[in-house]
Design a protein around this ligand. Structure first.
Ligand SMILES: NC(=O)c1ccc[n+]([C@@H]2O[C@H](COP(=O)([O-])OP(=O)(O)OC[C@H]3O[C@@H](n4cnc5c(N)ncnc54)[C@H](OP(=O)(O)O)[C@@H]3O)[C@@H](O)[C@H]2O)c1
Length: 327
């Protein structure tokens, strides 16, 4: 798989990573056995970056990663996140003491002395300009608890603020065929700053596989059921903020643009990894077939000019009004 440098961290990571929110919670049930199979399949297929968080299943995703990696000689790059164990709307919770406790808990969950990367997990906007938070994270780098830190953001504006801070090594943002705003300013700014970019929610929570229709339902413990209007967290994390029925219809067009020979999911991922500034894309997967389908995007041909302009037109006609000015 093509490897790219993750900013200035010194690590090279594959263009297709694995998101592991599904292996924690909020996506219906994924049992221990399947979670282990998903991780093994990804690593065996050449995935070298895993994205997790301390709150995915309250640590379950991190612990599952530790168990899957235990028998392996080679470790992938593991990017975790901290900050949502606090009240997510309360900037005052991002104290040195809380950050210390969250980082130490992730070190225990993952079974390592030094975390490869800690990303601030979509904190309140004010946190991205709080120098004390960056000073605390610099201290963790200095004492060896973390090798690097970055930010996961909801909005382009938050990303641009975070990029002002020289210690930030990685930026995670929603980027997909239905979420194009980061292409305008944020990705060029990250590139200029030498900051690695992890593109998340690349399949718009599964919409961009083209497999749902208007009658598709999701389990009660799946955020695609309980967070459609932002009831539990930012609505942009669910279907990338696109109303479900609008997304289903637009995804049919994406599938037609991809054509019969190419799976729509891989087509959508290829679009993401070919955007200048993107280091890696981190699709979530709930089974081995999905993992393998996603990894295939790494060796696919780039999209044609016609496909690219068709996707741009589709965005302008159907999606832009729902998302562009919100994030
Ligand atoms: N705030 C943050 O920092 C934040 C927020 C959200 C996500 N993330 C990270 O980003 C990762 C990716 O985002 P995401 O998981 O939310 O959304 P996503 O990658 O856009 O969509 C994942 C869903 O797409 C479907 N899927 C994946 N591969 C498929 C394939 N090959 N064929 C058919 N269906 C496929 C599955 O849906 P079904 O379940 O219906 O099969 C899967 O649950 C997460 O796992 C997490 O690590 C971070």
């Amino acid at each position: 798989m093509e490897q790219r440098p993750l900013g200035k961290t010194g690590a090279d990571v594959g263009v297709i990573g694995l998101g592991t929110w599904q292996l924690g919670g909020d996506w219906g049930d994924v049992d221990d056995e399947v979670a282990g199979e998903v991780l093994d399949a990804a690593l065996d297929a050449g995935v070298t970056l895993l994205d997790t968080a301390d709150v995915y299943g309250d640590g379950r995703s991190e612990v599952r990663i530790r168990k899957a990696l235990a028998p392996r000689a080679e470790r992938p790059f593991v990017a975790t996140k901290a900050g949502r164990r606090a009240d997510p709307f309360e900037a005052a919770q991002y104290t040195p003491e809380n950050l210390r406790a969250w980082v130490d808990r992730s070190r225990r969950n993952l079974g390592v002395d030094t975390l490869d990367l800690v990303q601030l997990h979509c904190p309140p906007t004010a946190v991205y300009s709080d120098q004390r938070v960056y000073d605390t994270l610099d201290g963790f780098v200095a004492d060896g608890s973390i090798a690097a830190y970055g930010v996961s953001v909801e909005t382009v504006a938050e990303g641009l603020t975070a990029l002002q801070h020289p210690g930030v090594q990685a930026l995670q943002v929603i980027l997909n065929v239905f979420r194009r705003k980061p292409l305008e300013e944020l990705l060029p700014a990250a590139q200029k700053a030498g900051v690695g970019v992890l593109a998340r929610v690349p399949l718009a929570s599964g919409l961009l596989t083209g497999k749902y229709d208007e009658s598709t339902t999701f389990p009660s413990d799946d955020h695609r059921n309980f967070n459609r209007n932002g009831e539990a967290f930012d609505v942009g994390e669910t279907f990338a903020g696109v109303p479900f029925e609008v997304g289903v219809e637009a995804a049919r067009e994406v599938a037609a643009i991809a054509g019969d020979a190419v799976p729509t999911a891989a087509f959508a991922l290829r679009w993401v990894i070919d955007q200048p500034g993107v280091t890696t894309v981190i699709p979530g997967a709930r089974n081995v077939t999905q993992v393998r389908g996603n990894v295939a995007a790494a060796t696919m041909a780039p999209l044609s000019d016609t496909q690219l302009s068709d996707l741009e037109r589709l965005y302008d006609e159907r999606i832009r009004a729902h998302v562009h000015d919100r994030w």
